[in-house]
Design a protein around this ligand. Structure first.
Ligand code: SF4
Ligand code: SF4
Length: 493
Protein backbone atom coordinates (compact mmCIF):
# COMPACT_ATOMS: atom_id res chain seq x y z
CA UNK A 1 0.00 0.00 0.00
CA UNK A 2 2.77 2.39 1.04
CA UNK A 3 4.57 1.50 -2.18
CA UNK A 4 1.46 2.42 -4.20
CA UNK A 5 1.26 5.83 -2.54
CA UNK A 6 4.94 6.53 -3.26
CA UNK A 7 4.49 5.39 -6.84
CA UNK A 8 1.40 7.59 -7.21
CA UNK A 9 3.31 10.57 -5.88
CA UNK A 10 6.14 9.92 -8.31
CA UNK A 11 3.73 9.71 -11.21
CA UNK A 12 1.62 12.67 -10.09
CA UNK A 13 3.36 15.00 -12.56
CA UNK A 14 1.43 13.19 -15.27
CA UNK A 15 -1.88 14.47 -13.86
CA UNK A 16 -1.18 18.10 -14.63
CA UNK A 17 0.43 20.32 -17.23
CA UNK A 18 2.90 22.90 -15.98
CA UNK A 19 1.39 25.56 -18.17
CA UNK A 20 -2.15 25.16 -16.81
CA UNK A 21 -2.99 26.14 -13.24
CA UNK A 22 -5.22 24.04 -10.95
CA UNK A 23 -8.07 26.44 -11.72
CA UNK A 24 -7.61 25.68 -15.42
CA UNK A 25 -6.06 29.04 -16.25
CA UNK A 26 -2.91 29.61 -18.28
CA UNK A 27 0.16 29.35 -16.10
CA UNK A 28 2.54 31.77 -17.73
CA UNK A 29 6.04 30.27 -17.64
CA UNK A 30 8.80 32.77 -16.88
CA UNK A 31 11.97 30.74 -17.22
CA UNK A 32 15.21 31.94 -15.72
CA UNK A 33 17.71 33.09 -18.32
CA UNK A 34 19.89 30.12 -19.25
CA UNK A 35 23.63 30.52 -19.17
CA UNK A 36 26.28 28.07 -20.24
CA UNK A 37 28.19 26.37 -23.02
CA UNK A 38 25.21 24.92 -24.89
CA UNK A 39 23.21 28.13 -24.62
CA UNK A 40 26.14 30.06 -26.12
CA UNK A 41 26.43 27.48 -28.88
CA UNK A 42 22.73 27.73 -29.61
CA UNK A 43 23.00 31.52 -29.71
CA UNK A 44 25.75 31.35 -32.35
CA UNK A 45 23.85 28.72 -34.31
CA UNK A 46 20.71 30.90 -34.20
CA UNK A 47 22.62 33.94 -35.48
CA UNK A 48 23.82 31.85 -38.42
CA UNK A 49 20.30 30.47 -38.92
CA UNK A 50 18.70 33.93 -38.85
CA UNK A 51 21.26 35.32 -41.30
CA UNK A 52 20.29 32.52 -43.70
CA UNK A 53 16.58 33.05 -43.08
CA UNK A 54 16.75 36.79 -43.78
CA UNK A 55 19.20 36.50 -46.70
CA UNK A 56 17.70 33.70 -48.80
CA UNK A 57 14.75 35.73 -50.18
CA UNK A 58 17.25 38.19 -51.71
CA UNK A 59 19.20 35.51 -53.60
CA UNK A 60 18.22 34.99 -57.22
CA UNK A 61 19.05 32.46 -59.90
CA UNK A 62 18.33 33.51 -63.50
CA UNK A 63 16.34 36.44 -62.15
CA UNK A 64 14.14 34.11 -60.09
CA UNK A 65 14.24 33.54 -56.32
CA UNK A 66 16.35 30.66 -55.06
CA UNK A 67 13.35 29.44 -53.04
CA UNK A 68 9.70 30.24 -53.46
CA UNK A 69 6.58 28.49 -52.20
CA UNK A 70 3.79 30.24 -54.05
CA UNK A 71 0.80 28.17 -53.01
CA UNK A 72 -1.75 30.46 -54.66
CA UNK A 73 -0.12 30.31 -58.10
CA UNK A 74 0.98 26.70 -57.47
CA UNK A 75 4.55 27.59 -58.32
CA UNK A 76 7.40 26.23 -56.22
CA UNK A 77 11.10 26.95 -56.64
CA UNK A 78 13.76 24.88 -54.86
CA UNK A 79 17.39 25.81 -55.40
CA UNK A 80 16.35 27.75 -58.51
CA UNK A 81 14.46 24.81 -60.07
CA UNK A 82 10.82 25.56 -60.85
CA UNK A 83 8.29 22.90 -59.90
CA UNK A 84 4.82 23.01 -61.42
CA UNK A 85 1.60 21.19 -60.61
CA UNK A 86 2.73 18.66 -63.27
CA UNK A 87 5.70 17.90 -61.04
CA UNK A 88 3.48 17.26 -58.07
CA UNK A 89 4.51 13.62 -57.82
CA UNK A 90 8.16 14.76 -57.42
CA UNK A 91 7.00 17.13 -54.72
CA UNK A 92 5.02 14.28 -53.10
CA UNK A 93 8.00 11.91 -53.14
CA UNK A 94 10.17 14.72 -51.77
CA UNK A 95 7.72 15.27 -48.93
CA UNK A 96 7.60 11.53 -48.19
CA UNK A 97 11.41 11.37 -48.13
CA UNK A 98 11.45 14.37 -45.82
CA UNK A 99 8.92 12.76 -43.45
CA UNK A 100 10.88 9.47 -43.35
CA UNK A 101 14.08 11.44 -42.75
CA UNK A 102 12.42 13.30 -39.87
CA UNK A 103 11.17 10.00 -38.43
CA UNK A 104 14.58 8.35 -38.74
CA UNK A 105 16.31 11.37 -37.32
CA UNK A 106 13.88 11.48 -34.40
CA UNK A 107 14.18 7.75 -33.68
CA UNK A 108 17.94 8.19 -33.32
CA UNK A 109 18.40 11.75 -32.09
CA UNK A 110 15.06 12.58 -30.44
CA UNK A 111 13.91 16.17 -30.73
CA UNK A 112 17.24 17.78 -31.54
CA UNK A 113 15.50 19.58 -34.40
CA UNK A 114 13.03 21.24 -31.99
CA UNK A 115 15.73 22.66 -29.77
CA UNK A 116 18.22 23.72 -32.41
CA UNK A 117 16.55 24.28 -35.74
CA UNK A 118 12.79 24.76 -35.37
CA UNK A 119 11.91 28.36 -36.36
CA UNK A 120 9.41 28.53 -33.49
CA UNK A 121 12.11 27.75 -30.87
CA UNK A 122 14.72 29.94 -32.57
CA UNK A 123 12.45 32.97 -32.73
CA UNK A 124 10.91 32.37 -29.30
CA UNK A 125 14.03 31.58 -27.29
CA UNK A 126 16.73 33.36 -29.25
CA UNK A 127 14.91 36.50 -30.38
CA UNK A 128 11.78 37.35 -28.40
CA UNK A 129 12.86 35.83 -25.08
CA UNK A 130 16.23 37.62 -25.23
CA UNK A 131 14.42 40.91 -25.89
CA UNK A 132 12.13 40.17 -22.97
CA UNK A 133 15.11 39.60 -20.65
CA UNK A 134 16.57 42.86 -21.94
CA UNK A 135 13.39 44.88 -21.30
CA UNK A 136 11.84 43.15 -18.27
CA UNK A 137 14.88 41.51 -16.68
CA UNK A 138 15.30 37.91 -15.57
CA UNK A 139 12.46 35.71 -14.27
CA UNK A 140 12.34 37.23 -10.75
CA UNK A 141 12.04 40.73 -12.13
CA UNK A 142 9.42 39.56 -14.62
CA UNK A 143 7.35 38.13 -11.77
CA UNK A 144 7.69 41.34 -9.76
CA UNK A 145 6.67 43.36 -12.80
CA UNK A 146 3.63 41.16 -13.37
CA UNK A 147 2.47 41.61 -9.77
CA UNK A 148 3.07 45.37 -9.79
CA UNK A 149 0.21 47.86 -10.07
CA UNK A 150 0.09 49.76 -13.36
CA UNK A 151 2.65 52.41 -12.48
CA UNK A 152 4.94 54.40 -14.82
CA UNK A 153 7.64 51.70 -14.99
CA UNK A 154 5.21 48.91 -15.82
CA UNK A 155 3.41 50.94 -18.49
CA UNK A 156 6.74 52.01 -20.06
CA UNK A 157 8.10 48.46 -20.14
CA UNK A 158 4.89 46.95 -21.49
CA UNK A 159 4.59 49.60 -24.23
CA UNK A 160 8.25 49.20 -25.26
CA UNK A 161 7.90 45.40 -25.32
CA UNK A 162 4.65 45.60 -27.28
CA UNK A 163 6.12 47.91 -29.91
CA UNK A 164 9.36 45.90 -30.29
CA UNK A 165 7.48 42.55 -30.46
CA UNK A 166 5.04 43.97 -33.00
CA UNK A 167 7.80 45.42 -35.18
CA UNK A 168 9.75 42.16 -35.21
CA UNK A 169 6.56 40.22 -35.94
CA UNK A 170 5.95 42.61 -38.86
CA UNK A 171 9.46 42.01 -40.19
CA UNK A 172 9.04 38.22 -39.91
CA UNK A 173 5.65 38.47 -41.65
CA UNK A 174 7.27 40.39 -44.54
CA UNK A 175 9.96 37.75 -45.00
CA UNK A 176 7.41 34.97 -44.64
CA UNK A 177 5.45 36.58 -47.47
CA UNK A 178 8.66 37.01 -49.47
CA UNK A 179 9.13 33.23 -49.32
CA UNK A 180 5.60 32.86 -50.70
CA UNK A 181 5.50 35.45 -53.46
CA UNK A 182 9.20 36.45 -53.91
CA UNK A 183 11.02 39.48 -52.54
CA UNK A 184 10.73 41.41 -55.83
CA UNK A 185 6.95 41.18 -55.82
CA UNK A 186 6.79 42.07 -52.14
CA UNK A 187 8.95 45.18 -52.64
CA UNK A 188 6.73 46.15 -55.59
CA UNK A 189 3.65 45.82 -53.38
CA UNK A 190 5.25 47.77 -50.53
CA UNK A 191 6.19 50.62 -52.87
CA UNK A 192 2.56 50.98 -53.85
CA UNK A 193 0.47 49.70 -50.92
CA UNK A 194 -2.73 51.48 -52.00
CA UNK A 195 -2.88 49.33 -55.13
CA UNK A 196 -2.30 46.13 -53.13
CA UNK A 197 -4.66 46.34 -50.19
CA UNK A 198 -5.01 42.53 -50.18
CA UNK A 199 -1.27 42.12 -49.62
CA UNK A 200 -1.34 44.69 -46.85
CA UNK A 201 -4.18 42.81 -45.17
CA UNK A 202 -2.27 39.49 -45.49
CA UNK A 203 0.78 41.15 -43.97
CA UNK A 204 -1.24 42.42 -41.02
CA UNK A 205 -2.85 38.99 -40.55
CA UNK A 206 0.58 37.26 -40.56
CA UNK A 207 1.96 39.94 -38.22
CA UNK A 208 -0.93 39.47 -35.80
CA UNK A 209 -0.48 35.68 -35.82
CA UNK A 210 3.27 35.93 -35.15
CA UNK A 211 2.69 38.59 -32.49
CA UNK A 212 0.04 36.45 -30.78
CA UNK A 213 2.34 33.39 -30.81
CA UNK A 214 5.38 35.18 -29.39
CA UNK A 215 3.59 37.52 -27.02
CA UNK A 216 1.15 35.09 -25.47
CA UNK A 217 0.86 31.59 -26.97
CA UNK A 218 4.57 30.74 -26.78
CA UNK A 219 5.37 27.17 -25.66
CA UNK A 220 1.74 26.18 -26.29
CA UNK A 221 2.62 26.11 -29.99
CA UNK A 222 4.99 23.19 -29.24
CA UNK A 223 2.84 21.48 -26.62
CA UNK A 224 -0.64 21.82 -28.05
CA UNK A 225 -0.37 22.62 -31.76
CA UNK A 226 2.78 21.03 -33.17
CA UNK A 227 2.01 17.55 -34.56
CA UNK A 228 5.70 16.63 -34.46
CA UNK A 229 5.76 17.00 -30.69
CA UNK A 230 2.67 14.83 -30.41
CA UNK A 231 4.37 12.05 -32.37
CA UNK A 232 7.18 11.66 -29.85
CA UNK A 233 5.40 8.89 -27.98
CA UNK A 234 5.41 6.80 -31.16
CA UNK A 235 8.82 7.74 -32.52
CA UNK A 236 11.05 7.62 -29.47
CA UNK A 237 12.31 4.38 -28.01
CA UNK A 238 14.74 3.54 -25.24
CA UNK A 239 17.70 3.95 -27.60
CA UNK A 240 16.73 7.43 -28.80
CA UNK A 241 19.13 10.14 -27.70
CA UNK A 242 17.25 12.81 -25.80
CA UNK A 243 17.92 15.35 -23.08
CA UNK A 244 17.83 13.00 -20.10
CA UNK A 245 18.42 13.01 -16.39
CA UNK A 246 20.84 10.36 -15.14
CA UNK A 247 18.60 8.93 -12.41
CA UNK A 248 21.17 6.29 -11.53
CA UNK A 249 23.65 8.94 -10.60
CA UNK A 250 21.20 11.54 -9.34
CA UNK A 251 18.96 9.48 -7.03
CA UNK A 252 18.18 9.51 -4.19
CA UNK A 253 18.10 13.26 -4.53
CA UNK A 254 18.39 15.48 -1.49
CA UNK A 255 19.05 19.04 -0.42
CA UNK A 256 22.48 20.20 0.63
CA UNK A 257 22.73 20.70 4.34
CA UNK A 258 24.72 23.20 6.37
CA UNK A 259 27.57 21.78 8.41
CA UNK A 260 25.63 22.15 11.66
CA UNK A 261 22.88 19.79 10.38
CA UNK A 262 25.58 17.51 9.28
CA UNK A 263 24.83 13.85 9.48
CA UNK A 264 27.46 12.85 7.03
CA UNK A 265 28.06 9.38 5.77
CA UNK A 266 30.54 10.49 3.19
CA UNK A 267 33.96 9.04 2.83
CA UNK A 268 35.51 12.48 2.17
CA UNK A 269 34.74 13.74 5.67
CA UNK A 270 37.13 11.61 7.62
CA UNK A 271 36.85 12.65 11.24
CA UNK A 272 36.76 16.39 10.62
CA UNK A 273 33.01 16.67 10.44
CA UNK A 274 32.71 18.70 7.22
CA UNK A 275 33.42 17.98 3.58
CA UNK A 276 36.37 20.28 2.95
CA UNK A 277 36.37 19.80 -0.75
CA UNK A 278 32.86 21.24 -1.13
CA UNK A 279 31.70 24.75 -1.76
CA UNK A 280 32.38 26.76 1.40
CA UNK A 281 28.87 28.23 1.53
CA UNK A 282 27.18 24.87 1.43
CA UNK A 283 29.88 23.37 3.58
CA UNK A 284 28.72 19.81 3.53
CA UNK A 285 26.38 17.43 1.92
CA UNK A 286 24.72 14.31 3.03
CA UNK A 287 26.09 11.54 0.90
CA UNK A 288 23.38 10.44 -1.52
CA UNK A 289 22.65 10.88 -5.22
CA UNK A 290 24.26 13.80 -7.03
CA UNK A 291 20.97 15.67 -7.50
CA UNK A 292 20.73 18.26 -4.75
CA UNK A 293 17.10 18.99 -5.58
CA UNK A 294 17.89 22.64 -6.27
CA UNK A 295 15.29 22.97 -9.08
CA UNK A 296 17.73 24.98 -11.21
CA UNK A 297 16.86 22.70 -14.14
CA UNK A 298 13.14 23.35 -13.67
CA UNK A 299 13.54 27.11 -13.29
CA UNK A 300 15.20 27.50 -16.72
CA UNK A 301 12.79 25.20 -18.56
CA UNK A 302 10.72 27.18 -21.11
CA UNK A 303 7.95 24.58 -20.96
CA UNK A 304 7.97 24.42 -17.17
CA UNK A 305 8.67 20.70 -16.78
CA UNK A 306 10.94 18.75 -14.47
CA UNK A 307 13.17 16.61 -16.68
CA UNK A 308 13.94 14.39 -13.68
CA UNK A 309 10.50 12.85 -14.25
CA UNK A 310 11.77 11.40 -17.52
CA UNK A 311 11.18 12.22 -21.18
CA UNK A 312 7.99 14.19 -21.59
CA UNK A 313 6.00 15.44 -24.54
CA UNK A 314 6.62 19.05 -23.48
CA UNK A 315 10.41 18.76 -23.67
CA UNK A 316 11.70 20.54 -26.78
CA UNK A 317 15.30 19.47 -26.10
CA UNK A 318 16.41 23.08 -25.71
CA UNK A 319 19.28 21.97 -23.41
CA UNK A 320 18.73 24.85 -20.96
CA UNK A 321 18.45 22.31 -18.11
CA UNK A 322 21.77 20.74 -19.11
CA UNK A 323 23.53 24.09 -18.75
CA UNK A 324 21.76 24.87 -15.47
CA UNK A 325 22.63 21.49 -13.94
CA UNK A 326 26.22 21.62 -15.18
CA UNK A 327 26.65 24.95 -13.40
CA UNK A 328 25.31 23.39 -10.18
CA UNK A 329 27.55 20.34 -10.56
CA UNK A 330 30.51 22.71 -11.02
CA UNK A 331 29.61 24.59 -7.86
CA UNK A 332 29.43 21.43 -5.75
CA UNK A 333 32.48 19.99 -7.47
CA UNK A 334 30.75 17.06 -9.07
CA UNK A 335 31.26 15.88 -12.64
CA UNK A 336 29.03 17.62 -15.18
CA UNK A 337 26.46 15.70 -17.18
CA UNK A 338 23.89 14.72 -14.57
CA UNK A 339 21.48 15.95 -17.23
CA UNK A 340 22.85 15.32 -20.70
CA UNK A 341 22.14 14.02 -24.18
CA UNK A 342 21.73 10.29 -23.61
CA UNK A 343 19.41 7.40 -24.32
CA UNK A 344 17.36 5.72 -21.61
CA UNK A 345 19.25 2.47 -22.22
CA UNK A 346 22.66 4.09 -22.02
CA UNK A 347 21.73 5.55 -18.64
CA UNK A 348 20.23 2.45 -17.09
CA UNK A 349 22.63 -0.12 -18.48
CA UNK A 350 25.49 1.77 -20.04
CA UNK A 351 24.57 0.34 -23.46
CA UNK A 352 25.65 2.57 -26.34
CA UNK A 353 23.35 3.38 -29.28
CA UNK A 354 22.12 0.24 -31.01
CA UNK A 355 21.17 0.09 -34.68
CA UNK A 356 17.91 -1.77 -34.20
CA UNK A 357 15.51 -3.25 -36.75
CA UNK A 358 13.36 -0.11 -36.79
CA UNK A 359 16.30 2.13 -37.70
CA UNK A 360 17.36 -0.32 -40.42
CA UNK A 361 13.85 -0.45 -41.91
CA UNK A 362 13.42 3.36 -41.91
CA UNK A 363 16.90 3.74 -43.47
CA UNK A 364 16.02 1.32 -46.27
CA UNK A 365 12.77 3.17 -47.01
CA UNK A 366 14.58 6.51 -46.92
CA UNK A 367 17.27 5.27 -49.30
CA UNK A 368 14.61 3.99 -51.68
CA UNK A 369 12.68 7.26 -51.63
CA UNK A 370 15.83 9.35 -52.09
CA UNK A 371 16.89 7.24 -55.06
CA UNK A 372 13.44 7.61 -56.61
CA UNK A 373 13.50 11.35 -55.95
CA UNK A 374 16.95 11.71 -57.54
CA UNK A 375 15.78 9.76 -60.59
CA UNK A 376 12.64 11.89 -60.96
CA UNK A 377 14.59 15.13 -60.66
CA UNK A 378 17.26 14.04 -63.14
CA UNK A 379 14.73 12.74 -65.66
CA UNK A 380 12.41 15.73 -65.26
CA UNK A 381 11.95 17.65 -68.54
CA UNK A 382 12.03 21.42 -68.89
CA UNK A 383 9.14 21.38 -71.32
CA UNK A 384 5.92 19.49 -70.70
CA UNK A 385 3.93 18.69 -73.82
CA UNK A 386 0.62 16.86 -74.03
CA UNK A 387 -0.87 16.19 -77.44
CA UNK A 388 -4.53 15.18 -77.61
CA UNK A 389 -7.17 14.99 -80.26
CA UNK A 390 -9.72 17.73 -79.65
CA UNK A 391 -12.48 16.23 -77.53
CA UNK A 392 -15.76 15.48 -79.25
CA UNK A 393 -14.32 15.89 -82.78
CA UNK A 394 -14.20 13.10 -85.30
CA UNK A 395 -12.15 13.00 -88.50
CA UNK A 396 -12.89 15.08 -91.60
CA UNK A 397 -12.51 13.91 -95.21
CA UNK A 398 -11.15 16.73 -97.36
CA UNK A 399 -12.21 17.28 -101.04
CA UNK A 400 -8.86 15.78 -102.19
CA UNK A 401 -9.62 12.59 -100.24
CA UNK A 402 -7.15 13.15 -97.43
CA UNK A 403 -8.20 12.81 -93.79
CA UNK A 404 -7.72 15.49 -91.13
CA UNK A 405 -7.82 15.34 -87.32
CA UNK A 406 -7.87 18.37 -85.00
CA UNK A 407 -5.37 18.38 -82.12
CA UNK A 408 -4.65 20.38 -78.98
CA UNK A 409 -1.05 20.68 -77.83
CA UNK A 410 -0.75 21.82 -74.21
CA UNK A 411 2.69 23.10 -73.27
CA UNK A 412 4.31 24.13 -70.00
CA UNK A 413 7.71 25.80 -70.11
CA UNK A 414 9.41 25.24 -66.73
CA UNK A 415 12.59 27.10 -67.64
CA UNK A 416 13.64 30.72 -67.20
CA UNK A 417 13.87 31.24 -71.01
CA UNK A 418 11.36 31.39 -73.86
CA UNK A 419 11.37 28.27 -76.03
CA UNK A 420 10.92 28.56 -79.82
CA UNK A 421 10.11 25.23 -81.35
CA UNK A 422 8.98 23.55 -84.55
CA UNK A 423 6.94 20.39 -85.11
CA UNK A 424 7.59 17.58 -87.54
CA UNK A 425 5.69 14.37 -88.26
CA UNK A 426 7.80 11.25 -87.82
CA UNK A 427 7.41 8.16 -90.01
CA UNK A 428 4.39 9.59 -91.88
CA UNK A 429 4.02 12.08 -94.69
CA UNK A 430 1.39 14.71 -94.14
CA UNK A 431 0.66 18.36 -93.47
CA UNK A 432 0.27 20.38 -90.28
CA UNK A 433 -2.14 23.28 -90.55
CA UNK A 434 -2.27 25.65 -87.56
CA UNK A 435 -5.50 27.15 -86.28
CA UNK A 436 -5.31 30.79 -85.09
CA UNK A 437 -1.93 32.51 -84.66
CA UNK A 438 -0.07 29.21 -84.48
CA UNK A 439 2.61 30.79 -82.28
CA UNK A 440 5.53 28.43 -81.86
CA UNK A 441 6.92 30.14 -78.77
CA UNK A 442 6.26 29.12 -75.20
CA UNK A 443 7.08 31.98 -72.87
CA UNK A 444 9.34 31.30 -69.90
CA UNK A 445 7.53 29.82 -66.87
CA UNK A 446 4.26 29.87 -68.77
CA UNK A 447 1.62 27.60 -70.23
CA UNK A 448 0.69 27.66 -73.89
CA UNK A 449 -1.99 26.04 -75.99
CA UNK A 450 -1.63 25.29 -79.68
CA UNK A 451 -4.36 23.97 -82.00
CA UNK A 452 -3.65 22.41 -85.37
CA UNK A 453 -4.88 19.95 -87.97
CA UNK A 454 -2.88 16.96 -89.10
CA UNK A 455 -3.74 15.94 -92.62
CA UNK A 456 -2.77 12.48 -93.87
CA UNK A 457 -3.26 10.37 -96.96
CA UNK A 458 -5.64 7.53 -95.93
CA UNK A 459 -3.27 5.00 -97.47
CA UNK A 460 -0.89 5.56 -94.57
CA UNK A 461 -3.45 4.64 -91.92
CA UNK A 462 -3.55 1.27 -90.20
CA UNK A 463 -7.19 0.73 -89.38
CA UNK A 464 -9.49 3.28 -87.80
CA UNK A 465 -6.92 4.27 -85.17
CA UNK A 466 -3.29 4.93 -86.05
CA UNK A 467 -0.58 6.10 -83.69
CA UNK A 468 1.25 9.18 -84.88
CA UNK A 469 4.56 10.51 -83.60
CA UNK A 470 5.78 14.08 -83.78
CA UNK A 471 9.19 15.52 -83.03
CA UNK A 472 9.55 18.87 -81.28
CA UNK A 473 12.69 20.76 -82.31
CA UNK A 474 14.44 23.77 -80.82
CA UNK A 475 17.17 25.38 -82.94
CA UNK A 476 17.22 22.27 -85.11
CA UNK A 477 17.74 19.97 -82.13
CA UNK A 478 15.08 17.49 -81.13
CA UNK A 479 13.87 18.20 -77.61
CA UNK A 480 10.85 15.94 -77.33
CA UNK A 481 8.74 13.28 -79.02
CA UNK A 482 4.98 13.44 -78.62
CA UNK A 483 2.42 10.85 -79.63
CA UNK A 484 -1.32 10.74 -80.23
CA UNK A 485 -3.94 8.73 -82.06
CA UNK A 486 -5.20 9.59 -85.53
CA UNK A 487 -8.62 8.34 -86.47
CA UNK A 488 -10.10 7.71 -89.88
CA UNK A 489 -12.71 5.58 -91.67
CA UNK A 490 -12.80 1.93 -90.68
CA UNK A 491 -11.84 0.26 -94.00
CA UNK A 492 -9.08 1.27 -96.45
CA UNK A 493 -7.27 -0.11 -99.49
S1 SF4 B 1 19.74 21.17 -11.60
FE1 SF4 B 1 20.73 19.19 -11.36
S2 SF4 B 1 21.04 19.06 -9.19
FE2 SF4 B 1 19.58 20.69 -9.45
S3 SF4 B 1 17.57 19.66 -9.29
FE3 SF4 B 1 18.12 19.68 -11.43
S4 SF4 B 1 19.10 17.70 -11.73
FE4 SF4 B 1 19.12 18.06 -9.53
S1 SF4 C 1 13.39 19.73 -19.93
FE1 SF4 C 1 15.34 20.71 -20.42
S2 SF4 C 1 15.62 20.37 -22.59
FE2 SF4 C 1 13.49 19.90 -22.12
S3 SF4 C 1 12.42 21.81 -22.56
FE3 SF4 C 1 12.91 21.84 -20.38
S4 SF4 C 1 14.87 22.87 -20.27
FE4 SF4 C 1 14.59 22.34 -22.39
Amino acid sequence: MAETVVKDKKESFRDSVATISKEGRRNFIMPKKPRGRLYNLRTWFSIFYLIIFFTLPFIKVNDEPLFMFNVLERKFIFFGMIFWPQDFFIFGIGMLAFIVFVILFTVVFGRVFCGWACPQTIFMEMVFRKIEYWIDGDSNKQRLLKGMPWNGEKIRKRVVKFVVFFLISFIIANFFLAYLISMDKLIGYIENPAAHVGTLISLLVFTSVFFFVYWWFREQACIVVCPYGRLQGVLLDKNSIVVAYDHKRGEPRGKLKKAEDHDCKCVDCKEEGACKSMNSKLEAMIRQGDCIDCFACVRVCPTGIDIRNGTQLECVNCTACIDACDAIMDSIEKPKGLIRYASENSISSGVKLKINARIKAYSAVLLLLLSLLAFLIVSRTDLDARLMRTAGMTYTTLPDGRISNLYNLKLANKTHQDIDFSLMLEGLKGDISFVGSGSMTVRKEAYSNLQFLIILDPKQLKGWKTEIRMGMYEKGKKIKTITAKFIGPEVYN
